[in-house]
Design a protein around this ligand. Structure first.
Ligand code: PMP
Length: 365
């Protein structure tokens, strides 16, 4: 074999070279995990029972998604052709962008928001147009409407949005969809169960609406990786062209019917989180820590210059929280997932201890 020149490497696409690597701070998470907005308890015991019965044959076969997809569609009151299961909402975002974003197109992105929209959009030939929220981090409706152009191809709205838990109203979503009929309006309802409001019922009326949901949050199945996209058949046709038929694995497909059937588990978990959120917000107010109103299972707080030290102190006390200080408009901010009341009392105790020794400039005096 001829000697290989060690200085020549295959070049990646220019777009990919320009991308930053995204490394969420996973690492050692052997503590109370209030950093990724997961379910902080467990999935339904019905899912655990299915897992215990997974056979070797299950693992040997390629996954067959259609029957489970039909079941999930029925659960949502939709037809099977209107729903595609995906490997989490992350894959849903990826395939949607692959299917619709071309060179010269624009993606409108209210920011701050979920990181993966930018990651996947950067890999396409489209241009990202960020629409920043004001300091209250409310949905920047007027600015978003003004940014809609004929080349707007996707508007990506997380509803509720991360990191603040703010929401776009149904009327605002309809107005955006009507103003941009040439564009896909993605409404990412990852945190739907904690908010309770949806635009899924508008799919028949708004041909450009695409709704995403996940099993990673309230259902407690982030490790299984299941999400979905729902839309009209025209949009679903293009989405299915770029979606792998096998991306939702056999174990995940086997578990989904059990997860869907245990609605009592879901209702109880959501009720606990909402009670915990109210109690936690009251405690934050009592500590004088500035916070943003949230409709999801997390609360964004302003810690100030010592945000990184605060996150370290909380971690040392066994409570993982998420530094969001580098998000647009979020200087000095930390996001805290809401779990059970008991867990949030532990978090408050750790915050009070941290407050003893470090200055929290977000604290109102
Ligand atoms: N959308 C939003 C708004 C999120 O916050 C997250 C996860 N943090 C996701 C999607 C990803 O969900 P999944 O686990 O289904 O990929």
């Amino acid at each position: 074999m001829a000697e290989f020149p060690s200085t020549i490497f295959p070049k990646a696409r220019a777009r990919v070279e320009a991308m930053k690597e995204y490394h969420p701070p996973l690492g050692c998470r052997d503590a109370m995990r209030l950093d990724f907005n997961e379910n902080t308890v467990a999935c339904s015991p019905a899912v655990r029972e299915v897992l215990a019965r997974i056979s070797t044959e299950n693992l040997t076969r390629y996954p067959e998604r259609a029957p489970v997809e039909a079941m999930v569609a029925a659960h949502l009151g939709l037809k099977p052709e209107n729903v595609a299961l995906t490997n989490g909402v992350d894959e849903a975002i990826h395939v949607l962008f692959e299917a619709f974003l071309d060179a010269g197109d624009e993606l409108l992105l209210p920011v701050p928001t979920y990181t993966m929209y930018e990651v996947y959009a950067t890999a396409t030939d489209a241009k990202i147009v960020a629409v920043p929220a004001a300091g209250d981090l409310a949905f920047p409706f007027e600015r978003l409407m003004a940014a809609i152009l004929p080349k707007t191809k996707i508007v990506a709205i997380a509803n509720p949005n991360s990191p603040a838990g703010s929401v776009a109203t149904r009327e605002q979503i309809v107005a955006i969809a009507e103003r941009a009929p040439q564009a896909i309006v993605l409404v990412d309802e990852a945190y739907f169960h904690f908010y309770g409001e949806t635009v899924m019922d508008l799919l028949g009326e708004l041909p450009n609406l695409v709704v995403a949901r996940t099993f990673s949050k309230a259902y407690g199945l982030a490790g299984l990786r299941v999400g979905l996209l729902a839309s009209g058949v025209e949009n679903m046709r293009w989405i299915r062209r770029v979606l792998s038929p096998y991306s939702v694995n056999q174990v995940a497909l086997a578990c989904l019917p059990a997860a869907l059937s245990d609605s009592e588990y879901l209702v109880n978990y959501v009720a606990e989180v909402l009670a915990a959120r109210t109690e936690f917000e009251t405690a934050l107010d009592a500590m004088g820590i500035r916070r943003w109103p949230s409709r999801a299972n997390f609360v964004l707080v302003e810690i100030g210059a010592q945000h990184a030290e605060f996150v370290r102190r909380m971690s040392a006390a066994g409570v993982l929280v998420r530094d969001r200080s580098s998000d647009p408009v979020c200087d000095g901010c930390v996001r805290i997932t809401v779990g059970t009341r008991e867990q949030m009392r532990r978090a408050v105790a750790a915050m009070e201890a941290a407050k003893e020794t470090i200055e929290l400039s977000g604290v109102r005096r």
